[in-house]
Each structure stands twice: as structure tokens, then as C-alpha cells.
Design a protein around this ligand. Structure first.
Ligand SMILES: [Zn+2]
Length: 339
């Protein structure tokens, strides 16, 4: 099997390695495409010193090439989402048969091998079969939607509740769309007018620039109550204490993302307002719900116009994105075709 590995900062290499089914409940999956997000790029660039070598690729879809005799939900040719987060199988919760409570989850491309490879052998329980109405491009977002659903659960979203979402990248945009689906009222905030315009095309009606008038504008939209909850999207580039000034007294602030940079924030406002600060990352309990949301067309991904590129160009793509990153430009998600 062919595997792509990042050996050291900005060194991507290909390797051949045999890998076969070893238990009856495993399946061998042909990876068809993966989603490239800022996570892969940060690993490539060596931000936060990952433990090299790393097989990148957190979000992947594929087709079952071979299923063990004990597999009940997948067979040869089943299209699947390969779970990005999996339970460790070793902690006290996993040992007690409660993997959803796992305290040491493993994340593809972060603390275990990712999916930038031609085949992967996985336990059937780590594969979600895809319904025909969810195409491969949409299915790559199952992990993203799963994290968003956990954020929404953490906020105890109710009908008409104002939620400030800081950062209008893919995560903030999709979260805002899902908040609307759950009948909340998102206010999406960014300094990038292009991203806000894209959000408007996705049907998000309150978008605000993070300028000097932000507080006043939030005040106006919420009728003077401020946001009941706020979500700060990891790596959005905006001040990490921005949520404190626009969240109502006693409200909740969720920091959300696939990983977090070094963050420091001035806490006084949060303490004066008795805000609850919490974080959502690496959720995997909502994969089934995420698939259902895609079936119900709760998220419109079309305006993103996500580029699809061949894996043969991986070297060039990573190098070009790294150069953009050094100039302070944010990376847009793209799809890597692994066929
Ligand atoms: Zn565990």
C-alpha cells in the first residue's frame, strides 16, 4: 500500500507498506478522497512541533475493497466515511464498554496515522456507510459537522437564541448554517469581507465585521441583550478575548476547532460577567447525526466551490499553501483526489 508521510517540516515522502486485515471485524478500504484543512498544512509546516513522521489526512471517504467475515454493516463496494476520531480502546471507559466516554481519543493525522494513503485497514465500527443521497464531497464534512453539533449541544441552543460565531472560515460558516437549522440566530463575525459575503450566499443573514462598531452592532441585533452564547473558532486570527465583550452576563463561550494554538486572553471581562468558558474538539459521537443532517440538506456547501486536486500534485499543493501561510493568508479547504 502507498502511504504519504511528512518526515520533517516541509518534507513529504511516499512509502510502500503492506497492510492486511488481521481480525474478522476489519475491512480494507480504498481511500477515494481526503479533505485538506489547515490541520494538514500546520503539520506540514511543523507548527506546534508534531511528532514526525506523520501520515496526514484527518477527513476521508472511501470504498470497501475487502470486508472481514465478521463485518455486519459493510461489504465489498460499500461507500464509507472513515472516522477521524476513534476511541483508544484502552482507557477505563473503553475497557468498560463505553467508548463514547473515552478520555484518550485518537485523531487521524494528529496522534495516530491519517488517511493520505491508497488503502487503510479499519475496524468496521470506525466506518460509517454512506447513503446514496450523500455524495463523497459532502461526506468529507461529516467530522466537521459532528464537531459543530457538539458545540450546539454545549450551548443548550433554544429557539431564537442569539449566538455570536467568531471566525467565518469553513467551521464558523457551517456552524452558523446548523444554528439556523436548529432555529437559533447566529451572528457571524470576521474581519474578512469576502468570507462574510460567502456566508451570506450560504443563507447566513447576520454577518458583522469585527471592527470598532462590533459591540454596538451586536447590541442592535440582539435588542440590547448581547449574545446568549459565543463560539470562537480556532485559528480564525481574531483576538481570543473578543467573545467576552459581546456575550451576555452569565452566557457561555465555546472555543471550537480541530486543535488549538497557544492562546492567552485577558479574563477580567469574562469573570465580571460570570461567563462559562468551555471547549469542543475531536468529537465523534455525532457522526450518525451529521450524516442525517447531510441527507436533510441542512448545510449548503456549494458556495465554497471547493477545489479538487490530484494526489500526484500533493507536493506542489503543500508547498504553495505553506508559502501562502507564511504571508499570513488563511488556507481554504480543498479536496485531494486519491485515485
Ligand atoms: Zn478510551
Amino acid at each position: 500500500m502507498k502511504i504519504w508521510k511528512i518526515l520533517s517540516p516541509k518534507v513529504l515522502a511516499e512509502e510502500e507498506k503492506p497492510d492486511n486485515i488481521t481480525t474478522e471485524t476489519q475491512a480494507k478500504v480504498k481511500i477515494t478522497q481526503i479533505l485538506l484543512t489547515g490541520e494538514e498544512l500546520r503539520t506540514y509546516c511543523g507548527v506546534y512541533k508534531p511528532k514526525y513522521p506523520v501520515v496526514p489526512g484527518r477527513f476521508a471517504v472511501g470504498v470497501v475493497a475487502e470486508a472481514g467475515p465478521g463485518c455486519l454493516n459493510v461489504e465489498k463496494n460499500t461507500r464509507v466515511y472513515v472516522h477521524d476520531v476513534t476511541p483508544c480502546g484502552e482507557c477505563e471507559y473503553c475497557a468498560a464498554g463505553e467508548p463514547e466516554e473515552c478520555t484518550d481519543t485518537k485523531v487521524a493525522g494528529l496522534n495516530r496515522n491519517g488517511y493520505m494513503r491508497d488503502f487503510v485497514v479499519a475496524e468496521e465500527s470506525d466506518l460509517s456507510p454512506l447513503p446514496p443521497s450523500v455524495n463523497d464531497d459532502e461526506a468529507l464534512f461529516i467530522g466537521v459537522i459532528s464537531v459543530c453539533e457538539e458545540v450546539i449541544a454545549r450551548l443548550n441552543v433554544t429557539k431564537g437564541m442569539h449566538v455570536a460565531v467568531i471566525g467565518a472560515g469553513e467551521l464558523g460558516n457551517i456552524l452558523s448554517q446548523l444554528l439556523i437549522y436548529h432555529q437559533a440566530v447566529p451572528v457571524l463575525i470576521d474581519s474578512d469581507e469576502e468570507k462574510l459575503a460567502l456566508a451570506a450566499r450560504c443563507g447566513i443573514y447576520y454577518t458583522l465585521n469585527s471592527d470598532a462598531e462590533l459591540e454596538e452592532n451586536i447590541n442592535r441585533i440582539t435588542g440590547g441583550r448581547f449574545a446568549s452564547g459565543s463560539v470562537y473558532c480556532s485559528f480564525c486570527g481574531l483576538p481570543s478575548d473578543l467573545p467576552f465583550s459581546i456575550t451576555a452576563t452569565g452566557g457561555t463561550v465555546v472555543y471550537a476547532g480541530f486543535s488549538f494554538p497557544e492562546i492567552s486572553a485577558q479574563l477580567k471581562t469574562a469573570l465580571d460577567k460570570r461567563l462559562t468558558l468551555t471547549a469542543v474538539t475531536n468529537d465523534y459521537s455525532n457522526n450518525a447525526a451529521a450524516i442525517n443532517l447531510l441527507v436533510n440538506k441542512a448545510v449548503n456547501l456549494a458556495p465554497f466551490r471547493i477545489q479538487k486536486r490530484p494526489v500526484a500534485d500533493a507536493d506542489k499543493i503543500f508547498a504553495a499553501e505553506a508559502e501562502k501561510n507564511e504571508k499570513g493568508l488563511r488556507m481554504n479547504y480543498s479536496i485531494l483526489n486519491m485515485l
